[in-house]
Design a protein around this ligand. Structure first.
Ligand code: ADP
Ligand code: AMP
Length: 219
């Protein structure tokens, strides 16, 4: 009797799990830190080891900039070179579309690392308006290191990245934008007890060791 019951339950379980995952809201981790702090590097490691999809606001904007027929390619190009924050409507529509397409292709992919967002108050307000009730922000991973480390890493990356903003002139502006606009956002999340700060000046493996501990604790 019990064996038969267990057997029937085990047959139904995959369908129940499937239905639950269909209902899942996107679960979001925001990944913040200065330019070159190692956000992209650590996100790649997380994706290799955990079931997260990595969405980089900067990568999505760069893709949109080079998409044939894009109406805002030129505008994005200017903002990126100037190290300024691209208007929020563009960034949010790209993020939203990427999340929808990911979940449409595979409904089990509902965990997202959103890297380089929200970068300012406008980003945050835009997110709260557009995504209210549509996604859960679980916590923030903050990769913390000095401006000097950030600049050195970006200049090193610039030798091969082909990025128009990995040069000293753009970097000075990017660091200013980060200090003036992004740090206050991190502080706001800190007040809500949602920030995990990681010393990002260490080696990739050491930094990832901390990331793993956090992800395992957060479940
Ligand atoms: P971000 O996404 O924050 O701009 P990246 O992950 O692209 O930063 O890293 C910037 C550069 O620094 C890359 O060339 C990367 O290989 C290097 N890098 C990343 N993390 C570390 C680290 N912990 N130690 C040394 N170099 C690193
Ligand atoms: P990143 O690849 O994160 O270093 O970002 C490169 C550039 O893309 C930034 O300096 C901005 O010009 C632009 N950018 C990245 N993320 C955002 C964002 N959340 N909002 C607006 N602009 C962004």
């Amino acid at each position: 009797m019990i064996v038969a019951l267990l057997h029937r339950l085990s047959e139904k379980l995959p369908r129940v799990v499937h239905r639950l995952s269909v209902m899942m809201k996107p679960q979001v981790v925001f990944v913040l830190g200065g330019p070159g702090a190692g956000k992209g590097t650590q996100c790649a490691r997380i994706v290799e080891n955990y079931s997260y999809t990595h969405l980089s606001a900067g990568d999505l904007l760069r893709e949109e900039r080079s998409r044939t027929g894009s109406e805002c390619g030129q505008l994005i190009d200017t903002y990126i070179k100037e190290g300024k924050i691209v208007p929020v409507e563009i960034t949010i529509s790209l993020l939203k579309k990427a999340m929808e397409e990911t979940m449409k292709a595979d409904e089990k992919k509902f965990r997202f690392l959103i890297d380089g967002f929200p970068r300012n108050q406008d980003n945050l307000q835009g997110w709260n308006t557009v995504m209210d009730g549509k996604a859960d922000v679980k916590f923030v991973l903050f990769f913390d290191c000095s401006n000097e480390v950030c600049i050195d890493r970006c200049l090193e990356r610039g030798k091969s990245s082909g990025r128009t903003d990995d040069n000293r002139e753009s970097l000075e502006k990017r660091i200013q934008t980060y200090l003036q606009s992004t740090r206050p956002i991190i502080e706001q999340y800190e007040k809500q007890g949602k920030v995990h700060t990681i010393d990002a000046s260490r080696s990739v493996d050491e930094v990832f060791g901390d990331v793993k501990n956090i992800l395992e604790k957060e479940g």
